[in-house]
Design a protein around this ligand. Structure first.
Ligand code: F6R
Length: 264
């Protein structure tokens, strides 16, 4: 794994947006895997800025989001549909037909629906660049601890930690969804390139376990160690518990020297 350490969130946002923009410029019809959440907000803002000021063109990009809460409609203010629309899609030129976000309102035939989401990823040629955040418990997507490392898109019960972390976004008294539809770890690992983003002190333990710990279903992000092309962009707070920070910096310098295409 290539680990890029950034001092603050702004540095992380710029680096992540730079990588996405460079992938889109190299291949305008890129298939992009997207995440929601606080960590991605600044990245989307930077991409929107690049679209407006530098003409970054998303008109041929195809997107697949990782997950959606189960049981809430797309126009619910906490739905990931709403998040994506408000923070990204309505400001750029991704074609609505090219946007894919799991449907949290399916009522039956869940397995069939989830298999069809997988099939649409395959039909698009697979995800070429997957953006991920990481939960405090090490989840990626909503693949909570003890998820199968070979898992596919499915209905998943949210862990207590995730319920606690995300309840604050729902109105007082409103019942928070207890499940989500999420792509699986197996699905994520099929992306050609993966960029994991982590910011803030609450992520420090999860980041250290994901990058330096054993591969374990208890920290599903650790499965990324099995992938040949993962870049982790981590700010100082989130990197606090990494033991190998100096080595990460050395690897980055040598990568820039010998295999700079890994940093594009
Ligand atoms: C959301 C998702 C989650 C988040 C993670 C971090 O689509 O897939 O795995 O990336 O929970 O969320 P934040 O960035 O809000 O800390």
């Amino acid at each position: 794994m290539l680990v890029i350490l950034k001092r603050d969130r702004e540095g992380l946002n710029r680096e992540a947006a730079r990588i996405i923009a460079s992938a889109v410029r190299r291949k305008p019809s890129l298939t992009l895997g997207l995440a929601t959440g606080a960590t991605t907000l600044g990245v989307y803002a930077e991409l929107v800025r690049m679209h407006r000021e530098d003409g970054l063109d998303f008109s041929r990009v195809i997107t697949f989001n990782l997950d959606e809460y189960f049981g809430i409609p797309p126009d619910h203010p906490q739905s990931f549909h709403h998040f994506m629309h408000e923070n990204f899609f309505r400001h750029v030129n991704v074609k609505p037909a090219n946007i894919h976000i799991p449907d949290g309102t399916v009522r039956e035939n869940y397995e069939e629906y989830c298999a069809s989401y997988e099939a649409s990823i395959r039909a698009a040629g697979g995800v070429e660049l997957q953006i991920l955040g990481i939960g405090r418990n090490g989840h990626i997507g909503f693949n909570e601890p003890a998820s199968s490392l070979g898992s596919r898109t499915r209905l998943k019960a949210l862990s207590q930690e995730t319920l606690d972390d995300n309840r604050r976004f729902f109105a007082p008294g409103e019942e928070m969804p207890r499940c989500a539809i999420t792509v699986g770890i197996g699905t994520i690992l099929e992306a050609r390139r993966i960029v994991l983003l982590a910011a803030g002190p609450s992520k420090a333990k999860a980041v250290a376990r994901a990058i330096e710990g054993p591969v374990t279903a208890s920290v599903t992000a650790s499965a990324l160690q099995l992938h040949p092309d993962v870049t982790c962009i981590v700010n100082e707070d989130a990197a606090a518990e990494l033991a190998q920070k100096d080595y990460c910096r050395r690897v980055l310098n040598l990568t820039a020297q010998f295999t700079p295409n890994r940093l594009w």
